[in-house]
Ligand binder design. Structure first.
Ligand code: ADP
Ligand code: MG
Length: 637
């Protein structure tokens, strides 16, 4: 008789509470996850009003009360049972699921690790209503009468009281409540037709009336995310086939140090998706200060059949059937609306933001002040950048290809000389030399130049008051955009074979990507050969990237292609280079400009996409309207 036999454990079925506690490990991490599940149930029940009460950060109490359809008496025991749901019946249902829940295990899991009480009434008579709790290892349910208006209240007390190991992981009351509030925020941003309340320790934290109108929605966003968010965001709406994107995107000059104010909803479900994040990052790449994060609240709607929500127990991730199409749609929608960030972009944000106070120190790029000081001291040499020598070489090459271009790079007043094909005749020459006396409303958005301040800023007068322009930052963007347009219009991507092909050790996945993405890679001007099961040969690169490190470029390209079906690496690198060239070629501080030259720069800004911020994401201009000036002098007080 060996010891192993006597000690061999027998197989048995887990009791329901233990099975549920194990399942709870996946979805019930902390009070915030309980709050999320309970709110989702309330939304799925068709509620118009949802109230959330929290005590002690949720460790003592999480209570969600709704006025939805309620649960009938005979269904109550099932509500707390695992794998019991009213939301789907079959696999087909799952494929097109539009409810937030469908797994039928949230209440069972939560109930196994807390003292959960559910009271519900599916009738209009408030004297009706039933209460259910699940007790013991078997989680037997007990149903007793309890009056309740139509709808459901779920109270979760003493979370993790019976799982001490988990309870230990709870953080301070403040931290846990911050997570609960974030869960609430996400849900409240998903449904404007529902009225919401959040209370902590009996104190109201958020009270949000229902309302669909644009102003009601913006009030809600302002109270959830702060006035700053909405003041520096623009509303966008794009549609392509069955895809629709709408919502608010922060202006690039209003970015944050953390990626915290980023909300993305797919068919009403908040998701944190890599593909989405990547597409957004690409779209902002050209306009965002390095290392800063954009803010946005965006809603993507598409046919439920083409998105799989059953890929993760907490349903935070989704899988798109055609990821490439979704990526392209997001990227191009955002890219286009960001391109409109210019003085006459014609949207609400551009004018309102311009008229509002400059961004506060907290919200502006961290070292914006430093940047501006540096602006005062900009040297006319190009060795401020580490890549200076490389850039000079490229500039020579670029100018050889675009005779006459150096003029444009250096002097704004010749900007009419090198038009894009098909670009409308410029009005620069017709602009009056100085500010006209006539009707101020007919003045262009940035008005007319008054003069130059310390060789750094242009002062101009427009219909609202005073306009201040950082002339180097503005010119840099203009030159950069012009170079990008020229590149796109006249040449496409020129390629250059490498003198000596570069051999790379590659993974099987990388080799497979090269095989499946042959066309996409060729279009980018890159030639890659498969030289062996684990070897790639780089034979050719875009001419402008001839100096790039082929290994880094190819690896990043392949990784993006494999993961998202799209890569912007080549374009991004060329743009990076153009951006540096533009920076070197732009008017430096301390250069005297004539009024005529200043006006030409203002008109160029109005015409140029993304000209509200320079290539590094710093703002290029700001407005001080008459009211702000009057306040400065306490006029009219
Ligand atoms: P799921 O949401 O995945 O169906 P849950 O465990 O969260 O699973 O809920 C189980 C069932 O209980 C739901 O399918 C629903 O029928 C019912 N239910 C839960 N909460 C509510 C509510 N607030 N109002 C009405 N029905 C509810
Ligand atoms: Mg649920």
């Amino acid at each position: 008789m060996s010891e192993t036999t006597s000690a061999m454990p027998r197989i048995h079925v887990l009791d329901p509470r233990l099975a549920n506690q194990i399942a709870a490990g996946e979805v019930v991490e902390r009070p915030a996850s309980v709050t999320k599940e309970l709110i989702e149930n309330a939304i799925d029940a068709g509620s118009q009003r949802i109230e959330v009460d929290i005590e002690a950060g949720g460790a003592r109490l999480i209570k969600v009360r709704d006025d939805g359809v309620g649960i009938g008496e005979q269904d109550l025991p099932l509500a707390l049972a695992r794998h019991a749901t009213s939301k789907i019946d079959s696999l087909e249902d799952l494929e097109g699921v539009s409810s937030l829940g469908f797994r039928g295990e949230a209440l069972a899991s939560i109930s196994s690790v807390s003292r959960l009480e559910l009271i519900s009434n599916a009738q209009d008579d408030p004297r009706q209503g039933w209460r259910v709790v699940a007790e013991g290892r078997g989680m037997e349910t007990r149903v007793t009468p309890a009056p309740h208006p139509r709808g459901t209240s779920v109270a979760v007390r003493d979370l993790f009281f019976n799982t001490p190991a988990r309870r230990k992981f709870l953080r301070t009351e403040k931290t846990e409540f911050a997570h609960v509030e974030e869960a609430f925020r996400r849900q409240a941003l998903s449904r404007y037709d529902i009225a919401w309340t959040l209370r902590h320790n009996q104190k109201v934290v958020h009270q949000l009336p229902a309302g669909h109108s644009p102003s009601a929605s913006e009030r809600r966003i302002a109270s959830l995310l702060g006035n700053n968010f909405i003041e520096h965001a623009r509303y966008i709406e794009r549609e392509a086939g069955a895809l629709r994107l709408s919502g608010w995107v922060g202006l690039p000059t209003h970015s944050r140090a953390q990626a915290d104010q980023q909300y993305f909803f797919v068919n009403g479900r908040v998701v944190r998706d890599r593909l989405v994040a990547h597409a957004v990052r690409q779209a902002y790449r050209d306009v965002l200060y390095n290392g800063r994060h954009p803010v946005f609240v965006l809603y993507l709607t598409l046919d439920p059949d083409v998105v799989d929500v059953n890929v993760h127990p907490t349903k935070h991730e989704v899988r798109f059937r055609d990821g490439r199409m979704v990526h392209d749609f997001l990227y191009s929608s955002l890219h286009h609306s960001l391109a409109d960030a210019r003085p006459n972009g014609g949207d609400r944000a551009a004018s309102e933001v311009a008229a509002s106070e400059p961004a506060t120190a907290e919200e502006a790029p961290a070292d914006s002040a430093r940047w501006q000081q540096q602006g005062m001291a900009l040297a006319p040499s190009s060795d401020r950048h580490p890549g200076g020598e490389r850039v000079r070489r490229f500039m020579q090459g670029y100018q050889a290809l675009h005779p006459g271009h150096e003029e444009t790079l250096l002097t704004p007043q010749t900007s009419t000389a090198d038009k894009m094909p098909g670009e409308a005749q410029s009005t620069v020459r017709e602009a009056p030399m100085a500010m006209p006396e006539a009707d101020p409303t007919s003045a262009p958005p940035l008005g007319y130049a008054l003069g130059q301040l310390h060789g750094v800023y242009i002062l101009a007068q427009n219909a609202h008051g005073l306009v201040l322009v950082d002339m180097h930052a503005a010119h840099e963007r203009i030159v950069y955009e012009r170079m990008k347009n020229q590149l796109a219009a006249t040449r496409g991507i020129d390629t250059q074979p490498l003198l000596v092909p570069v051999s790379l050790a590659a993974s099987h996945a990388e080799v497979a990507t090269v095989e499946s993405e042959r066309d996409a890679i060729a279009k980018l001007g890159v030639e890659l050969d498969i030289a062996g099961p684990e070897t790639l040969l780089v034979r050719q690169l875009p001419a402008m990237l001839a100096q790039a490190d082929p290994e880094v470029l190819v690896r990043e390209m392949l990784e993006e292609l494999a993961r998202f079906g799209r890569t912007h690496q080549v374009e991004a690198r060329i743009h990076e280079l153009l951006s540096t060239m533009a920076c070197h070629g732009s008017v430096r501080a301390n250069r005297r400009l004539t009024l005529d030259e200043m006006n030409a720069l203002l008109r160029d800004m109005e015409r140029t996409e993304r000209s509200d911020q320079c290539n590094h994401g710093r703002p290029t201009w700001t407005q001080m309207d008459m009211n702000a000036l009057d306040r400065l002098f306490m006029r009219g007080k």
